[in-house]
Design a protein around this ligand. Structure first.
Ligand code: APR
Ligand code: PHB
Length: 391
C-alpha cells in the first residue's frame, strides 16, 4: 500500500494534519491504536485559542463548535478569597477563547475526514516506522488480522507522548528537555451548571483549584493533589468538600454540587524534543512536547504544529523545494517554547510546592497581585492565553 503522508495517531494533531493536507489535494492514511468510540469519548483539554478557532473555521470544520462551544472573553484569578477578572478583548485587540472539548474537535475532524473519503484505520496494532532516513519511509502495522506495509513520502508522528514515533529516532540525534512537577491534578466532570461564568484559577494555602466548564449543564473542576495519589482516596464527598474550601471567597458566592460523571488524576510535566524532525519523519503535538495544563496550551500547540507542517509539505509537493520542511522544526519550536514558558509560569504562580516557604508564597502572591493590578502584566497573561499571532 502507498500514500503520500502516513500519519501515526488520530488525536487533534494527526486528524487536523490529514484534514489540512486533503485541502491541498495531498493523500494521507491515519493509523490509530484505539477504537473510534474511545477517541471520541476521551475527556481531555477544552480551551481553544483564537488562532485555533480561526483555523477550524477557515477550513470548514467550525460549524458545530460555533453552535455548541462557548466564547469566553476572560478568565478569573482567585487568591486571598477574592476574585479578579482578566478581560481578554480589551487587552489583546479583540481576541478571545472558545470552550469546546478536545473530544468534540476530534469528533468533528473524524466526521469531516470520513465524509471526504479520508482513510483512518482504527484499532491498528504493532505500528513500526522504518527507513525514515530514506526517500520512502514505511509504516508497518496489523489491521483486521492482517500485516500491512504502508510506503510513504513522509511520516508524521502525531501519536502523543507515549507513542512509538519519537522512539524511531536514533539516540544522539535529538535533545530532550524536561521538568516534572511535584503534584498532579485530580479532574472531575460533573453534571451540574457551572458555578462561575469564566474559567477560574485559584491559589490557596491548601493548593491550586480550577473551575471550568464544558456546557451550560456540565462542569469541569480540578484540584491539585499529590502526583502519586489515587482516585480511590477521593470519594465524591471529599472532592466537593475540598473544592468548597479552596474556592471560597468573602463575597456572596457558593459552589453548586452535582453528580460526578468521571474522575481521574493526571501527572504534570513539561517536555520538549529538539529537533522535531529526523529525515522524513516529522513529529507534531504531544509526540514532541508536553506542557502542564495550567496554560491550556496542549491542544492549541498540536493544531499550530500541523498548520506549519501541512504548509511545508504542500510547498514540497507544489515546488519540489524542501526549504519549508527544513524550517518546520525551528518554526514550530518558537511557539512551543513560548507555550512552555507560559505554562511553567502559570503553574509556578498558582500551585503549592512541597519545598516552598513563607518567602516563596509571598512572591507568588505578589506576582498574582501584579498580574491582576497592572494592565501591562494583565496584557502579557492575556496575549499568551488567547495565543500569540507571532512568536
Ligand atoms: N500507533 C498509532 N496511534 C497511537 C500510537 C501508536 N503506536 N500510540 C498512541 N497513539 C494514538 C493515541 O491513542 C491518540 O489517539 O495517538 C493519538 C495521540 O493523540 P493525543 O494524545 O491527543 O495527542 P495530540 O494529537 O498531539 O494532541 C495533543 O492531547 O494530551 C492532550 O493535552 C494534550 O490537548 C493536548 C492534545
Ligand atoms: C478544562 O476546561 O479542562 C481546562 C481549562 C483550563 C485549563 C486546563 C483545563 O488551564
Amino acid at each position: 500500500m502507498r500514500t503520500q503522508v502516513g500519519i501515526v495517531g488520530a488525536g487533534p494533531a494527526g486528524l487536523m494534519l490529514s484534514h489540512l493536507l486533503a485541502r491541498h489535494g495531498i493523500d494521507s492514511v491515519v493509523l490509530e491504536t484505539r477504537g473510534r468510540d474511545y477517541v471520541e469519548a476521551r475527556v481531555r483539554a477544552g480551551v481553544l485559542e483564537q488562532g485555533s478557532v480561526d483555523l477550524l473555521d477557515e477550513t470548514g470544520v467550525g460549524e458545530r463548535m460555533h453552535r455548541e462551544g462557548l466564547v469566553h472573553e476572560g478568565i478569573e484569578l482567585r487568591f486571598d478569597r477574592t476574585p479578579h477578572r482578566i478581560v481578554f478583548p480589551e487587552l489583546t485587540g479583540g481576541r478571545s477563547i472558545m470552550l469546546y472539548g478536545q473530544q468534540e474537535v476530534v469528533k468533528d475532524l473524524i466526521a469531516a475526514r470520513l465524509a471526504a473519503g479520508g482513510d483512518i484505520r482504527f484499532e491498528v496494532s504493532d505500528v513500526r516506522l522504518d527507513k525514515i532516513d530514506g526517500d520512502e519511509p514505511t509504516l508497518s502495522f496489523r489491521h483486521d488480522g492482517r500485516d500491512v506495509e504502508l510506503r510513504c513520502d513522509f511520516i508524521a508522528g502525531c501519536d502523543g507522548f507515549h507513542g512509538v514515533s519519537r522512539e524511531a529516532i536514533p539516540k544522539g540525534e535529538f535533545t530532550e528537555y524536561h521538568r516534572e512537577y511535584p503534584f498532579g491534578w485530580l479532574g472531575i466532570l460533573a453534571a451540574v451548571a457551572p458555578s462561575a461564568d469564566e474559567v477560574t484559577y485559584t491559589y490557596t494555602d491548601r493548593g491550586f483549584a480550577l473551575m471550568s466548564l464544558r456546557s451550560p449543564q456540565l462542569s469541569r473542576l480540578y484540584l491539585q493533589v499529590d502526583p502519586d495519589d489515587d482516585v480511590a482516596n477521593w470519594p465524591d464527598r471529599r472532592i466537593w468538600d475540598e473544592l468548597h474550601t479552596r474556592l471560597a471567597i468573602d463575597s456572596d458566592w457558593s459552589l453548586v454540587e452535582g453528580p460526578i460523571l468521571e474522575k481521574g488524576i493526571t501527572a504534570m510535566r513539561s517536555y520538549v524534543v529538539e529537533p522535531m524532525r529526523c529525515g522524513r519523519l516529522f513529529l507534531a503535538g504531544d509526540a514532541a512536547h508536553i506542557v502542564p495544563p495550567t496554560g491550556a496550551k496542549g491542544m492549541n500547540l498540536a493544531i499550530a504544529d500541523v498548520a506549519v507542517l501541512a504548509e511545508a509539505v504542500a510547498h514540497w509537493y507544489g515546488t519540489g523545494s524542501s526549504t519549508a520542511l527544513d524550517e518546520y522544526s525551528a518554526t514550530a519550536l518558537r511557539r512551543v517554547w513560548r507555550a512552555q514558558h507560559f505554562s511553567w509560569w502559570m503553574t509556578s504562580m498558582l500551585h503549592r510546592f512541597p519545598d516552598d516557604d513563607p518567602y516563596q508564597r509571598q512572591l507568588q502572591l505578589s506576582q498574582l497581585r501584579y498580574t491582576v493590578g497592572s494592565p501591562a502584566a494583565a496584557a502579557s497573561l492575556a496575549e499568551n492565553y488567547v495565543g500569540l499571532r507571532r512568536v
